[in-house]
Design a protein around this ligand. Structure first.
Ligand code: SAH
Length: 466
């Protein structure tokens, strides 16, 4: 991704002039844009070739004069003769921002494609590279936006002082505005007229003022295995509402970025070997933020309820009497199943699916898994990558057949996923090299029914499973 060479701003032009030098179609196009503003639009040309009469512009039919730029906020040069040349020099001397139509390298600024819902505007710019693309994007956005947005923005503007007097700055005020601009009641009142809408908006304000809205909430949100589009719609919506996003190391930046731009973000570490926050500190942080009245998105990889320490966090929230809600996510074992097309339960082959953590498993647990696996239960092991060989050896020792099919998915659910297939014995031999990243180990007959065709063999002498 390259850097922008222009910086989008909204330039004040009220009570100033926008000067257009030229009298042809190009000048007319710029005039049409300029008259969307309240600026004085002045056209200077010796050759009026098109009809400007339908536009609220001042037409000065003479040669360009340096004085024409007095008080100008910007100047467009759409004249290829001496007037244009003179205007360019004058603009540069006076420091008036200059746009030379269709000559990007001479321009100080470009005109974006504009969506006009005054006072709201959306500008789409391609820095002069692809105006057609910019217009296509504009058409799409136009179709999305209600024509009432302008009046709605005006309404919000006219309520500002009142809102400031009643609601304290911060989350409560922001929530009011959020509801104001998305309220169907306000939208339909706008159709009736400004005063109806005003009444509706003030009613809403009173309700917000009366509501005991100080209490925060914590949403424990599953971010899924990593790809942004494996997030649920609910997770995405709540991320947009959150004042603070508290996230684990494993949650990719792209997902964390989906929150509001001004939301505070706290990375609480917990990647293997980097415990920058203890669990107790995280619990305390969640409680403190919610007590401050904040909406907190506690973003965890996969599903929050599976090896996500959700239990401790929920207990802390309940103890502190703080509202919470849980938003499920796609857990990595199921992402691994999807990546390898492995039906982890399968009629006559696998009657169940167990997720377990390999980390810290003792002999009794291992024995238990072996019993389950031998009865046709597929195992999905988390947190076992670095001890995979050891675990495999112990499972074999505890009675699981060495040729039991095994699959490993590293970076499941992500673009850089990597599949490995073989047998339990292969896993024990530990001669393969797994790429960097979190991994799920699937064990059981069902693995052999998956599609691991492109998988990297665990070892050369792998048992064919496809
Ligand atoms: N709550 C998470 C699990 C967190 S524990 C979930 O539901 O997925 C961390 C372990 O999850 C890692 O050691 C690894 O085993 C697994 N894991 C997390 N993301 C993964 C991914 N994208 N691919 C494979 N395994 C993953």
């Amino acid at each position: 991704m390259g850097a922008l060479n222009t910086f989008p701003v909204s330039l004040k032009v009220q009570n100033r002039r926008i000067v257009i030098v030229g009298g042809g179609d190009e000048a007319l196009n710029k005039a049409r844009l300029a008259v969307k503003t309240s600026a004085d639009v002045v056209i200077v040309t010796r050759a009026v070739e098109v009809d400007f009469s339908g536009l609220p512009v001042t037409l000065i039919a003479r040669a360009f004069d340096v004085l024409d730029l007095e008080g100008a906020a910007m100047v467009f040069v759409a004249d290829h003769g001496p007037d244009g040349a003179a205007a360019k020099i004058a603009a540069r001397q006076a420091g008036v921002p200059l746009n030379v139509v269709d000559v990007p390298h001479e321009c100080d600024f470009f005109t974006p494609a504009i969506i006009d819902r005054a006072p709201l505007s959306i500008a789409i710019s391609s820095e002069g590279d692809a105006p057609v693309l910019a217009r296509l994007v504009r058409a799409k956005i136009e179709a999305l936006l209600s024509p009432n947005l302008g009046p709605l923005a005006k309404l919000a503007g006219s309520l500002r002082e009142r809102v400031s007097a009643i609601l304290p700055e911060g989350p409560r005020r922001r929530r009011y505005y959020e509801e104001l601009v998305t309220s169907p009641a306000v939208e339909s009142a706008l159709d009736l007229g400004v005063s109806d809408a005003w009444r509706e908006a003030v009613g809403l304000l009173d309700r917000h003022a009366a509501a005991d809205d100080e209490a925060g909430i914590v949403w424990l949100i599953g971010a899924g295995p990593g790809a942004e589009d494996l997030l649920t719609l609910r997770a995405q919506r709540l991320l947009q509402q959150a004042d603070v996003i508290v996230h684990d190391q494993l949650v990719p930046d792209a997902v964390v970025e989906m929150g509001r731009r001004d939301a505070e973000r706290v990375k609480v570490g917990k990647a293997k070997g980097h415990h920058s926050f203890t669990q107790a500190q995280i619990n305390a942080l969640l409680v403190r933020l919610a007590r401050e009245g904040k909406k907190v998105a506690r973003l965890k990889s996969g599903d929050p309820m599976i090896f996500g320490r959700a239990g401790e966090e929920i207990a802390a929230l309940r103890k502190a009497d703080i509202a919470y809600a849980i938003v499920p996510g796609i857990t990595s074992a199921l992402a691994a199943a999807a990546d390898s097309a492995t039906p982890v339960t399968l009629r006559k082959v696998a009657s169940g699916f167990v997720v377990a953590t390999a980390h810290g498993a003792d002999n009794a647990e291992l024995q238990h898994w072996v019993t389950l696996a031998r009865q046709g239960i597929t195992l999905g092991l988390y947190m076992g990558k670095s001890i995979a060989a050891d675990i495999a050896g112990k499972l074999i020792k505890a009675g699981l057949e060495a040729n039991t099919p095994v699959g490993v998915v590293v970076n499941a659910g992500r673009a850089d996923k990597q599949l490995y297939a073989g047998s339990l014995e292969d896993l024990r031999l530990d001669t393969f090299e797994l790429v960097e990243g979190p991994a799920i180990i699937l064990i059981g007959e069902a693995v052999s029914r998956g599609d691991w065709a492109d998988a990297v063999p665990l070892v050369e002498q792998q048992v064919r499973v496809a």
